[in-house]
Design a protein around this ligand. Sequence first.
Ligand code: ADP
Ligand code: ASP
Ligand code: MG
Length: 463
Amino acid sequence: MKFGGTSVGDAGAIGRTVDILARYHAEGHEVAVVVSAMSGVTDQLHAIAAEAESSVEEPPIAAFIQALRAKHLKTLEAAAPGQAEEVGAVINERLVNLEHILTAVHALHELTQRSKDYIVSYGERLSALILSAAIRERGIPSTALDGCEAGILTTSKHGDALVLPQSDPRIHSRVVPLLMDGMPVITGYMGCTPEGIVTTLGRSGSDYSAAIVGRAIDADEIWIWTDVDGVMTSDPKIIADVRVLPYVSYREAMELSYFGAKVLHPKTIEPAMEKDTIVRVKNTFNPDSPGTVVRRQEQKEKRVVKAITHIARVALVNINGVQMIGRPGVAREIFTALGDAGINVMMISQASSQANISLIIEENDLPLALEVLSAPVKSGLVREVTSDRNVVAIAVIGAGMAGTPGISGRIFTALGQAGVNVMMISQGSSEVNVSFVVRQDESRKALQVLHDEFRLSEECKDE
Ligand code: ADP
Ligand code: ASP
Ligand code: MG
Protein backbone atom coordinates (compact mmCIF):
# COMPACT_ATOMS: atom_id res chain seq x y z
CA MET A 1 0.00 0.00 0.00
CA LYS A 2 1.37 3.35 -1.06
CA PHE A 3 0.17 6.56 0.54
CA GLY A 4 0.63 9.84 -1.35
CA GLY A 5 1.58 13.23 0.04
CA THR A 6 -1.91 14.32 1.03
CA SER A 7 -2.46 11.00 2.85
CA VAL A 8 0.34 12.02 5.21
CA GLY A 9 -0.18 15.78 4.79
CA ASP A 10 -0.90 16.45 8.46
CA ALA A 11 -1.57 14.56 11.69
CA GLY A 12 -5.26 14.15 10.82
CA ALA A 13 -4.44 12.53 7.48
CA ILE A 14 -1.84 10.31 9.12
CA GLY A 15 -4.49 9.24 11.62
CA ARG A 16 -6.77 8.17 8.75
CA THR A 17 -3.90 6.38 7.06
CA VAL A 18 -3.14 4.46 10.23
CA ASP A 19 -6.85 3.64 10.65
CA ILE A 20 -6.78 2.05 7.21
CA LEU A 21 -3.59 0.13 7.93
CA ALA A 22 -4.80 -1.06 11.33
CA ARG A 23 -7.99 -2.34 9.75
CA TYR A 24 -6.17 -4.46 7.16
CA HIS A 25 -3.69 -5.64 9.77
CA ALA A 26 -6.55 -6.75 12.01
CA GLU A 27 -8.03 -8.67 9.06
CA GLY A 28 -4.82 -10.63 8.85
CA HIS A 29 -3.28 -9.04 5.75
CA GLU A 30 0.45 -8.58 5.48
CA VAL A 31 1.05 -5.04 4.32
CA ALA A 32 4.25 -3.34 3.20
CA VAL A 33 3.83 0.43 3.21
CA VAL A 34 5.42 2.89 0.79
CA VAL A 35 5.09 6.56 1.64
CA SER A 36 5.54 9.93 -0.10
CA ALA A 37 6.80 13.12 1.47
CA MET A 38 4.22 15.25 3.29
CA SER A 39 2.43 17.27 0.60
CA GLY A 40 4.38 20.26 -0.63
CA VAL A 41 7.67 19.23 0.95
CA THR A 42 9.34 17.84 -2.20
CA ASP A 43 8.52 21.05 -4.09
CA GLN A 44 10.05 23.07 -1.27
CA LEU A 45 13.19 20.94 -1.26
CA HIS A 46 13.63 21.44 -5.00
CA ALA A 47 13.16 25.19 -4.56
CA ILE A 48 15.60 25.62 -1.68
CA ALA A 49 18.23 23.49 -3.43
CA ALA A 50 18.01 25.71 -6.52
CA GLU A 51 18.12 28.85 -4.39
CA ALA A 52 21.12 27.60 -2.40
CA GLU A 53 22.98 27.10 -5.66
CA SER A 54 22.14 30.33 -7.41
CA SER A 55 21.59 32.89 -4.69
CA VAL A 56 24.27 35.54 -4.34
CA GLU A 57 22.80 36.72 -1.08
CA GLU A 58 22.63 34.46 1.95
CA PRO A 59 19.81 32.00 1.11
CA PRO A 60 17.24 31.38 3.85
CA ILE A 61 18.52 27.88 4.64
CA ALA A 62 18.30 28.15 8.41
CA ALA A 63 14.74 29.48 8.28
CA PHE A 64 13.76 26.75 5.84
CA ILE A 65 15.18 24.01 8.07
CA GLN A 66 13.48 25.55 11.08
CA ALA A 67 10.10 25.55 9.32
CA LEU A 68 10.57 21.97 8.12
CA ARG A 69 11.53 20.91 11.65
CA ALA A 70 8.50 22.63 13.17
CA LYS A 71 6.15 21.05 10.62
CA HIS A 72 7.45 17.52 11.11
CA LEU A 73 7.85 17.67 14.88
CA LYS A 74 4.37 19.10 15.31
CA THR A 75 2.93 16.32 13.16
CA LEU A 76 4.94 13.69 15.03
CA GLU A 77 3.77 14.97 18.40
CA ALA A 78 0.14 14.73 17.31
CA ALA A 79 0.43 11.43 15.43
CA ALA A 80 2.69 9.55 17.82
CA PRO A 81 2.94 11.45 21.13
CA GLY A 82 4.54 8.53 22.92
CA GLN A 83 7.56 8.60 20.64
CA ALA A 84 7.94 12.34 20.15
CA GLU A 85 11.26 12.46 21.91
CA GLU A 86 12.92 9.39 20.45
CA VAL A 87 11.77 9.81 16.84
CA GLY A 88 12.04 13.59 17.12
CA ALA A 89 15.75 13.14 17.81
CA VAL A 90 16.18 11.17 14.58
CA ILE A 91 14.26 13.83 12.63
CA ASN A 92 16.50 16.50 14.13
CA GLU A 93 19.60 14.59 13.22
CA ARG A 94 18.46 14.26 9.59
CA LEU A 95 17.62 17.95 9.41
CA VAL A 96 21.05 18.94 10.74
CA ASN A 97 22.54 16.82 7.99
CA LEU A 98 20.29 18.40 5.36
CA GLU A 99 21.23 21.88 6.56
CA HIS A 100 24.93 21.06 6.19
CA ILE A 101 24.42 19.86 2.65
CA LEU A 102 22.41 22.91 1.61
CA THR A 103 25.05 25.14 3.15
CA ALA A 104 27.72 23.33 1.17
CA VAL A 105 25.71 23.73 -2.06
CA HIS A 106 25.56 27.45 -1.41
CA ALA A 107 29.26 27.71 -0.54
CA LEU A 108 30.21 26.00 -3.80
CA HIS A 109 27.37 27.52 -5.86
CA GLU A 110 27.11 24.10 -7.36
CA LEU A 111 24.16 21.76 -7.31
CA THR A 112 25.08 18.53 -9.05
CA GLN A 113 22.39 16.06 -10.11
CA ARG A 114 23.74 13.81 -7.39
CA SER A 115 23.43 16.36 -4.60
CA LYS A 116 20.01 17.42 -5.82
CA ASP A 117 18.66 13.86 -5.61
CA TYR A 118 20.18 13.46 -2.18
CA ILE A 119 18.51 16.68 -0.98
CA VAL A 120 15.06 16.08 -2.48
CA SER A 121 14.89 12.55 -1.06
CA TYR A 122 14.68 14.03 2.45
CA GLY A 123 10.92 14.60 2.28
CA GLU A 124 10.26 10.86 2.26
CA ARG A 125 13.02 10.22 4.79
CA LEU A 126 11.17 12.42 7.25
CA SER A 127 7.58 11.34 6.53
CA ALA A 128 8.44 7.62 6.75
CA LEU A 129 9.76 8.10 10.30
CA ILE A 130 6.51 9.74 11.38
CA LEU A 131 4.17 7.25 9.71
CA SER A 132 6.12 4.31 11.11
CA ALA A 133 5.98 5.83 14.62
CA ALA A 134 2.23 6.41 14.25
CA ILE A 135 1.75 2.75 13.31
CA ARG A 136 3.74 1.62 16.36
CA GLU A 137 1.66 3.95 18.48
CA ARG A 138 -1.35 1.76 17.53
CA GLY A 139 0.46 -1.29 18.80
CA ILE A 140 1.57 -2.64 15.41
CA PRO A 141 5.31 -3.23 15.06
CA SER A 142 6.84 -1.10 12.30
CA THR A 143 10.30 -0.18 11.02
CA ALA A 144 11.06 2.74 8.71
CA LEU A 145 13.40 1.94 5.83
CA ASP A 146 14.75 4.27 3.20
CA GLY A 147 14.71 3.14 -0.42
CA CYS A 148 18.35 2.04 -0.27
CA GLU A 149 17.85 0.10 2.95
CA ALA A 150 14.85 -1.59 1.38
CA GLY A 151 17.12 -2.80 -1.43
CA ILE A 152 15.94 -0.59 -4.31
CA LEU A 153 18.86 -0.40 -6.74
CA THR A 154 18.63 1.95 -9.70
CA THR A 155 20.44 3.25 -12.75
CA SER A 156 22.43 6.43 -12.20
CA LYS A 157 20.04 8.62 -14.22
CA HIS A 158 19.50 11.17 -11.50
CA GLY A 159 16.03 12.63 -11.23
CA ASP A 160 14.55 9.88 -13.38
CA ALA A 161 16.28 6.65 -12.36
CA LEU A 162 15.06 3.22 -13.41
CA VAL A 163 14.98 0.34 -10.96
CA LEU A 164 17.43 -2.47 -11.79
CA PRO A 165 16.13 -6.04 -11.94
CA GLN A 166 18.62 -7.25 -9.32
CA SER A 167 16.68 -5.19 -6.78
CA ASP A 168 13.92 -7.75 -6.52
CA PRO A 169 15.69 -10.46 -4.49
CA ARG A 170 17.26 -7.78 -2.28
CA ILE A 171 13.93 -6.12 -1.57
CA HIS A 172 12.36 -9.52 -0.99
CA SER A 173 14.95 -10.60 1.55
CA ARG A 174 14.83 -7.29 3.42
CA VAL A 175 11.12 -6.56 3.43
CA VAL A 176 9.41 -9.95 3.68
CA PRO A 177 10.84 -10.83 7.14
CA LEU A 178 9.45 -7.53 8.45
CA LEU A 179 5.94 -8.47 7.29
CA MET A 180 5.63 -11.41 9.63
CA ASP A 181 4.26 -9.41 12.50
CA GLY A 182 4.46 -5.78 11.47
CA MET A 183 4.20 -3.16 8.77
CA PRO A 184 7.47 -1.85 7.37
CA VAL A 185 7.31 1.71 6.02
CA ILE A 186 9.52 2.33 2.99
CA THR A 187 10.31 5.75 1.56
CA GLY A 188 8.93 6.20 -1.94
CA TYR A 189 10.70 8.17 -4.67
CA MET A 190 14.26 7.19 -3.70
CA GLY A 191 16.67 4.38 -4.40
CA CYS A 192 20.39 4.16 -4.85
CA THR A 193 22.87 2.96 -7.42
CA PRO A 194 24.81 -0.26 -6.80
CA GLU A 195 27.63 2.05 -5.58
CA GLY A 196 25.31 3.43 -2.90
CA ILE A 197 24.66 6.86 -4.44
CA VAL A 198 21.15 8.17 -3.74
CA THR A 199 18.87 8.58 -6.77
CA THR A 200 15.24 9.59 -7.28
CA LEU A 201 12.73 7.97 -9.60
CA GLY A 202 11.11 11.07 -11.11
CA ARG A 203 8.44 13.38 -9.73
CA SER A 204 5.49 11.43 -8.35
CA GLY A 205 7.77 8.39 -8.40
CA SER A 206 6.49 6.88 -5.15
CA ASP A 207 3.83 5.05 -7.17
CA TYR A 208 6.65 3.41 -9.10
CA SER A 209 8.43 2.53 -5.83
CA ALA A 210 5.26 0.82 -4.66
CA ALA A 211 4.94 -1.21 -7.83
CA ILE A 212 8.57 -2.31 -7.55
CA VAL A 213 8.18 -3.35 -3.92
CA GLY A 214 4.93 -5.13 -4.81
CA ARG A 215 6.63 -7.09 -7.56
CA ALA A 216 9.62 -7.96 -5.40
CA ILE A 217 7.64 -9.27 -2.45
CA ASP A 218 5.12 -11.09 -4.68
CA ALA A 219 2.26 -8.97 -3.39
CA ASP A 220 -1.26 -10.13 -4.21
CA GLU A 221 -2.24 -6.56 -5.01
CA ILE A 222 -0.65 -3.10 -5.18
CA TRP A 223 -2.81 -0.37 -3.68
CA ILE A 224 -2.29 3.32 -4.38
CA TRP A 225 -4.02 5.44 -1.74
CA THR A 226 -4.52 9.04 -2.83
CA ASP A 227 -6.87 12.02 -2.48
CA VAL A 228 -9.48 11.11 -5.12
CA ASP A 229 -11.85 8.15 -5.43
CA GLY A 230 -9.89 6.45 -8.21
CA VAL A 231 -8.89 6.86 -11.82
CA MET A 232 -11.41 9.21 -13.37
CA THR A 233 -12.73 10.05 -16.80
CA SER A 234 -10.66 13.27 -16.73
CA ASP A 235 -8.74 15.49 -14.33
CA PRO A 236 -11.20 16.36 -11.53
CA LYS A 237 -9.38 19.67 -11.01
CA ILE A 238 -10.48 20.76 -14.50
CA ILE A 239 -13.70 18.94 -15.36
CA ALA A 240 -16.50 19.17 -12.81
CA ASP A 241 -18.63 16.18 -13.85
CA VAL A 242 -15.90 13.50 -13.93
CA ARG A 243 -16.73 9.92 -12.96
CA VAL A 244 -14.63 7.21 -11.34
CA LEU A 245 -13.76 4.35 -13.69
CA PRO A 246 -14.32 1.06 -11.82
CA TYR A 247 -11.97 -0.83 -14.16
CA VAL A 248 -9.18 0.17 -16.49
CA SER A 249 -6.78 -2.15 -18.28
CA TYR A 250 -3.00 -2.01 -17.90
CA ARG A 251 -2.75 -0.60 -21.42
CA GLU A 252 -5.30 2.09 -20.73
CA ALA A 253 -3.68 3.01 -17.41
CA MET A 254 -0.31 3.33 -19.10
CA GLU A 255 -1.71 5.62 -21.77
CA LEU A 256 -3.62 7.65 -19.19
CA SER A 257 -0.62 8.19 -16.96
CA TYR A 258 1.74 8.80 -19.84
CA PHE A 259 -0.64 11.44 -21.18
CA GLY A 260 -0.93 13.35 -17.96
CA ALA A 261 -3.31 11.60 -15.53
CA LYS A 262 -1.21 12.42 -12.49
CA VAL A 263 -3.04 9.90 -10.32
CA LEU A 264 -0.55 7.19 -11.39
CA HIS A 265 3.11 7.60 -12.31
CA PRO A 266 3.66 6.26 -15.85
CA LYS A 267 6.18 3.66 -14.68
CA THR A 268 3.80 2.11 -12.14
CA ILE A 269 2.02 -0.33 -14.42
CA GLU A 270 4.87 -2.25 -15.99
CA PRO A 271 6.17 -3.97 -12.83
CA ALA A 272 2.59 -4.89 -11.89
CA MET A 273 1.92 -6.23 -15.36
CA GLU A 274 4.92 -8.54 -15.25
CA LYS A 275 3.29 -10.61 -12.55
CA ASP A 276 -0.29 -9.85 -13.46
CA THR A 277 -0.76 -8.06 -10.16
CA ILE A 278 -3.86 -5.94 -9.75
CA VAL A 279 -3.31 -2.25 -9.00
CA ARG A 280 -6.08 -0.66 -6.98
CA VAL A 281 -6.43 3.11 -6.67
CA LYS A 282 -8.30 4.24 -3.57
CA ASN A 283 -9.11 7.36 -1.61
CA THR A 284 -7.58 7.68 1.88
CA PHE A 285 -10.30 10.19 2.72
CA ASN A 286 -13.12 7.93 1.51
CA PRO A 287 -11.75 4.41 2.06
CA ASP A 288 -15.06 2.59 1.66
CA SER A 289 -15.52 3.77 -1.89
CA PRO A 290 -14.49 0.90 -4.20
CA GLY A 291 -11.88 2.83 -6.18
CA THR A 292 -10.45 1.70 -9.50
CA VAL A 293 -9.07 -1.72 -10.35
CA VAL A 294 -6.29 -1.79 -12.93
CA ARG A 295 -5.90 -5.23 -14.47
CA ARG A 296 -4.90 -7.00 -17.66
CA GLN A 297 -8.41 -7.69 -18.88
CA GLU A 298 -9.74 -5.13 -21.32
CA GLN A 299 -13.32 -4.40 -20.65
CA LYS A 300 -15.01 -3.21 -23.78
CA GLU A 301 -17.64 -0.67 -22.99
CA LYS A 302 -20.22 0.25 -25.57
CA ARG A 303 -19.00 3.79 -25.32
CA VAL A 304 -15.45 2.95 -26.44
CA VAL A 305 -13.84 6.17 -25.19
CA LYS A 306 -13.03 5.95 -21.47
CA ALA A 307 -11.06 9.01 -20.50
CA ILE A 308 -9.60 12.29 -21.70
CA THR A 309 -6.27 13.50 -20.35
CA HIS A 310 -3.99 16.43 -20.95
CA ILE A 311 -0.35 17.36 -20.52
CA ALA A 312 0.32 21.00 -19.96
CA ARG A 313 4.04 21.62 -19.82
CA VAL A 314 4.88 20.71 -23.38
CA ALA A 315 6.20 22.49 -26.46
CA LEU A 316 5.38 22.01 -30.11
CA VAL A 317 8.34 21.88 -32.50
CA ASN A 318 7.75 22.23 -36.23
CA ILE A 319 10.48 21.18 -38.61
CA ASN A 320 9.82 22.56 -42.06
CA GLY A 321 11.65 22.44 -45.35
CA VAL A 322 11.03 21.27 -48.87
CA GLN A 323 14.49 19.73 -48.89
CA MET A 324 13.01 16.88 -46.90
CA ILE A 325 10.71 15.69 -49.66
CA GLY A 326 11.57 12.20 -50.82
CA ARG A 327 14.93 12.25 -49.11
CA PRO A 328 15.64 9.20 -46.98
CA GLY A 329 17.28 9.58 -43.60
CA VAL A 330 15.98 13.02 -42.67
CA ALA A 331 13.76 11.66 -39.91
CA ARG A 332 16.66 9.54 -38.67
CA GLU A 333 18.89 12.59 -38.48
CA ILE A 334 16.31 14.56 -36.52
CA PHE A 335 15.44 11.81 -34.06
CA THR A 336 19.06 10.79 -33.56
CA ALA A 337 19.96 14.37 -32.70
CA LEU A 338 17.12 14.59 -30.19
CA GLY A 339 17.74 11.11 -28.78
CA ASP A 340 21.46 11.75 -28.31
CA ALA A 341 20.56 14.88 -26.37
CA GLY A 342 18.34 12.80 -24.08
CA ILE A 343 15.15 14.50 -25.24
CA ASN A 344 11.99 12.45 -25.02
CA VAL A 345 9.67 12.93 -27.99
CA MET A 346 6.12 12.50 -26.74
CA MET A 347 4.20 12.82 -30.00
CA ILE A 348 5.17 12.79 -33.66
CA SER A 349 3.28 13.67 -36.79
CA GLN A 350 4.54 13.88 -40.33
CA ALA A 351 2.61 15.38 -43.19
CA SER A 352 2.40 13.02 -46.15
CA SER A 353 4.08 15.61 -48.33
CA GLN A 354 7.01 15.07 -45.94
CA ALA A 355 7.67 18.77 -46.00
CA ASN A 356 6.87 19.03 -42.32
CA ILE A 357 7.50 17.04 -39.16
CA SER A 358 5.85 18.14 -35.91
CA LEU A 359 6.90 16.96 -32.48
CA ILE A 360 5.75 17.38 -28.93
CA ILE A 361 8.44 17.45 -26.25
CA GLU A 362 8.59 18.51 -22.63
CA GLU A 363 8.72 22.27 -22.30
CA ASN A 364 11.94 22.08 -20.27
CA ASP A 365 13.66 20.33 -23.16
CA LEU A 366 12.84 23.05 -25.70
CA PRO A 367 16.04 25.14 -25.51
CA LEU A 368 18.20 22.05 -25.92
CA ALA A 369 16.01 20.72 -28.75
CA LEU A 370 16.32 23.97 -30.67
CA GLU A 371 20.06 23.90 -30.14
CA VAL A 372 20.56 20.37 -31.48
CA LEU A 373 18.14 20.96 -34.36
CA SER A 374 20.13 23.96 -35.55
CA ALA A 375 22.64 21.52 -37.08
CA PRO A 376 20.31 20.13 -39.79
CA VAL A 377 19.23 23.69 -40.54
CA LYS A 378 22.84 24.76 -41.02
CA SER A 379 23.58 21.77 -43.20
CA GLY A 380 20.59 22.65 -45.40
CA LEU A 381 18.70 19.45 -44.63
CA VAL A 382 15.74 21.38 -43.26
CA ARG A 383 14.72 24.94 -43.93
CA GLU A 384 13.56 26.10 -40.52
CA VAL A 385 12.59 24.97 -37.05
CA THR A 386 9.85 26.84 -35.19
CA SER A 387 8.35 26.24 -31.79
CA ASP A 388 5.39 27.12 -29.62
CA ARG A 389 5.21 26.83 -25.85
CA ASN A 390 1.60 27.86 -25.41
CA VAL A 391 0.17 24.47 -26.25
CA VAL A 392 -1.44 21.54 -24.47
CA ALA A 393 -1.46 17.93 -25.62
CA ILE A 394 -4.77 16.12 -25.15
CA ALA A 395 -5.35 12.39 -25.40
CA VAL A 396 -8.61 10.52 -25.88
CA ILE A 397 -8.18 7.05 -24.42
CA GLY A 398 -10.03 3.74 -24.53
CA ALA A 399 -9.04 0.21 -25.48
CA GLY A 400 -12.31 -0.23 -27.37
CA MET A 401 -11.23 2.40 -29.87
CA ALA A 402 -9.16 -0.19 -31.69
CA GLY A 403 -11.18 -1.30 -34.67
CA THR A 404 -14.13 1.01 -33.99
CA PRO A 405 -14.59 3.32 -36.95
CA GLY A 406 -15.69 6.90 -36.62
CA ILE A 407 -14.09 7.87 -33.31
CA SER A 408 -11.61 10.31 -34.83
CA GLY A 409 -14.42 11.79 -36.87
CA ARG A 410 -16.46 12.43 -33.76
CA ILE A 411 -13.51 13.91 -31.88
CA PHE A 412 -12.57 16.40 -34.53
CA THR A 413 -16.12 17.25 -35.55
CA ALA A 414 -16.98 18.07 -31.92
CA LEU A 415 -13.88 20.23 -31.59
CA GLY A 416 -14.56 21.94 -34.90
CA GLN A 417 -18.14 22.72 -33.94
CA ALA A 418 -16.89 24.24 -30.70
CA GLY A 419 -14.44 26.37 -32.65
CA VAL A 420 -11.34 24.75 -31.16
CA ASN A 421 -8.37 24.86 -33.51
CA VAL A 422 -6.37 21.62 -33.63
CA MET A 423 -2.67 22.25 -34.26
CA MET A 424 -1.38 18.69 -34.59
CA ILE A 425 -2.83 15.16 -34.54
CA SER A 426 -1.22 11.82 -33.79
CA GLN A 427 -2.65 8.36 -33.33
CA GLY A 428 -0.62 5.61 -31.71
CA SER A 429 -0.62 2.33 -33.60
CA SER A 430 -2.06 0.70 -30.48
CA GLU A 431 -5.26 2.61 -31.25
CA VAL A 432 -5.77 2.92 -27.51
CA ASN A 433 -5.41 6.64 -27.88
CA VAL A 434 -5.87 9.52 -30.26
CA SER A 435 -3.86 12.55 -29.25
CA PHE A 436 -3.78 16.08 -30.54
CA VAL A 437 -2.53 19.52 -29.64
CA VAL A 438 -4.45 22.73 -29.03
CA ARG A 439 -3.59 26.22 -27.84
CA GLN A 440 -3.30 26.54 -24.08
CA ASP A 441 -6.22 28.95 -23.80
CA GLU A 442 -8.50 26.49 -25.61
CA SER A 443 -7.50 23.37 -23.71
CA ARG A 444 -10.13 23.50 -20.98
CA LYS A 445 -12.86 23.94 -23.56
CA ALA A 446 -11.47 21.07 -25.65
CA LEU A 447 -11.47 18.74 -22.64
CA GLN A 448 -15.03 19.63 -21.68
CA VAL A 449 -16.33 19.38 -25.25
CA LEU A 450 -14.97 15.84 -25.59
CA HIS A 451 -16.05 14.80 -22.10
CA ASP A 452 -19.56 15.86 -23.13
CA GLU A 453 -19.37 14.40 -26.64
CA PHE A 454 -18.57 10.93 -25.29
CA ARG A 455 -20.95 11.37 -22.34
CA LEU A 456 -18.28 10.34 -19.91
CA SER A 457 -20.13 11.61 -16.88
CA GLU A 458 -22.86 9.00 -17.41
CA GLU A 459 -22.63 5.38 -16.32
CA CYS A 460 -22.22 2.99 -19.19
CA LYS A 461 -23.06 -0.70 -19.38
CA ASP A 462 -20.46 -3.22 -20.48
CA GLU A 463 -20.71 -4.68 -23.89
P1 ADP B 1 -0.62 11.62 -4.46
O1 ADP B 1 0.02 12.74 -3.74
O2 ADP B 1 -1.56 10.81 -3.62
O3 ADP B 1 0.36 10.77 -5.21
P2 ADP B 1 -1.27 13.02 -6.88
O4 ADP B 1 -1.53 14.47 -6.71
O5 ADP B 1 0.06 12.62 -7.41
O6 ADP B 1 -1.59 12.30 -5.51
O7 ADP B 1 -2.38 12.36 -7.82
C1 ADP B 1 -3.75 12.54 -7.54
C2 ADP B 1 -4.30 13.69 -8.35
O8 ADP B 1 -4.27 13.36 -9.74
C3 ADP B 1 -5.75 14.01 -8.10
O9 ADP B 1 -5.89 14.87 -7.00
C4 ADP B 1 -6.19 14.64 -9.41
O10 ADP B 1 -6.20 16.05 -9.33
C5 ADP B 1 -5.10 14.27 -10.41
N1 ADP B 1 -5.63 13.66 -11.63
C6 ADP B 1 -5.34 14.04 -12.89
N2 ADP B 1 -5.98 13.28 -13.80
C7 ADP B 1 -6.71 12.37 -13.09
C8 ADP B 1 -7.58 11.30 -13.47
N3 ADP B 1 -7.85 11.00 -14.74
N4 ADP B 1 -8.15 10.58 -12.48
C9 ADP B 1 -7.90 10.85 -11.18
N5 ADP B 1 -7.09 11.86 -10.78
C10 ADP B 1 -6.48 12.61 -11.71
N1 ASP C 1 7.44 13.25 -3.12
C1 ASP C 1 7.74 12.99 -4.51
C2 ASP C 1 7.16 14.08 -5.39
O1 ASP C 1 6.53 14.98 -4.89
C3 ASP C 1 7.31 11.63 -4.95
C4 ASP C 1 5.83 11.35 -4.84
O2 ASP C 1 5.09 12.07 -4.17
O3 ASP C 1 5.39 10.35 -5.41
O4 ASP C 1 7.38 14.07 -6.57
MG1 MG D 1 1.33 11.01 -7.04
